[in-house]
Design a protein around this ligand. Structure first.
Ligand SMILES: Nc1ncnc2c1ncn2[C@@H]1O[C@H](COP(=O)(O)OP(=O)(O)OP(=O)(O)O)[C@@H](O)[C@H]1O
Length: 307
């Protein structure tokens, strides 16, 4: 049975359609990314899956339960971390998680253990009696994640969970999300391609309310053509010299030793660069292909239908 099945899902706010005819099926554990630019329809899809918004058309089933026909049963199988974590800042971590456990209908005699387990998993036990408003952004986020897993759901939905975190908090948050996804499915959204790259095994891309790509991260990498090459040279030549390499179209200066070279798509340019470096003693230290910006990728995928 699928953990999540979405069939012919469409939603209209007043007159405009926010999502159209979304179909997807998720059967495995791990982190799955929902990638799309602002306004693409990510939050609408997630809010419908979580039962926060009632869809205009289509069905969503979670572990076999229809979210419209069996809302209580389907909600038992799902945890949700909305874009703004639902934390009551005047409560302590312990009070808030106890409240979250109650509304998730965890039996009274099991609440203490459930709260303890969720705190331990999210490494916030040492802050159990601290008021949430006195926690850093990263720890507030952990409390948000703890409430999403307190009832041990099979599916956890996270709407842009790494948004607004500083670089250290980001690393910690990614680690926690990966851990949580070890024995369940985490569907998370982001408009940042590198974030999805780093975290996810599977990627679903949504644009203008429609799915334009759904496959593994490896397939995504093969599908999306690189657009530029990052070069680091100890003994960089004159820019014109690099631009003379066959296929080079434009060069962007990053630092004295680093350049971004745009090219016509022919990946053999990397070999030509290495040969030129050896012949001319450029002392090439790094050469890596880079994918295009999200907008370019969307344009590329939108014009090439992919099942
Ligand atoms: N409550 C609402 N009323 C009317 N239109 C809405 C509402 N919420 C979203 N929309 C519209 O629906 C479309 C999809 O929005 P949605 O928030 O689902 O996208 P998103 O991919 O999550 O974007 P973001 O990353 O900016 O949150 C957008 O055109 C948006 O303006």
């Amino acid at each position: 049975m699928s953990i999540l099945k979405i069939e012919n899902l469409s939603h209209r706010y007043s007159t405009a359609w926010a999502i159209r005819d979304i179909n997807l099926e998720i059967n495995q554990t791990g982190v799955i990314g929902l990638l799309g630019s602002n306004g693409a329809g990510k939050s609408t899809t997630m809010n419908i899956v979580c039962g926060v918004v009632n869809q205009t058309e289509g069905t969503v089933t979670i572990n076999g339960y229809d979210t419209r026909k069996q809302p209580e049963l389907s909600k038992m199988e799902i945890g949700f971390l909305p874009q703004t974590p639902p934390v009551y800042t005047d409560l302590t971590v312990d009070e808030f998680l106890t409240y979250a456990a109650e509304i998730r209908l965890i039996p009274k005699n099991k609440i203490k253990a459930a709260v303890g387990e969720a705190m331990e998993k999210c490494q916030i036990s040492h802050f159990s009696s601290r008021l949430i408003k006195n926690l850093s952004g990263g720890y507030k986020q952990r409390v948000g994640i703890a409430q999403a897993i307190i009832h041990k759901p099979k599916l956890v939905i996270m709407d842009e969970p790494t948004n607004g975190l500083d670089p250290n908090q980001l690393i910690e948050a990614r680690k926690l999300i990966r851990e949580i996804a070890q024995d369940r499915t985490v569907l998370l959204s982001s408009h940042i391609m590198s974030e999805i790259h780093m975290l996810c095994r599977e990627v679903i891309m949504i644009e203008n309310g429609r799915i334009i790509f759904s496959d593994s991260m490896d397939a995504f990498n093969n599908y999306v053509q690189p657009a530029s090459i990052l070069l680091k040279m100890e003994n960089a030549p004159d820019q014109q010299e690099i631009l003379q390499i066959k296929g080079a179209t434009r060069l962007e200066y990053i630092s004295e030793k680093q350049y971004r070279l745009f090219f016509d798509g022919d990946q053999e340019i990397t070999e030509r660069l290495i040969k030129a470096s050896v012949a001319n003693d450029w002392r090439l230290r790094e050469i890596s292909l880079e994918k295009g910006q999200l907008d370019d990728v969307f344009r590329q995928l939108s014009s090439q239908p992919h099942s």
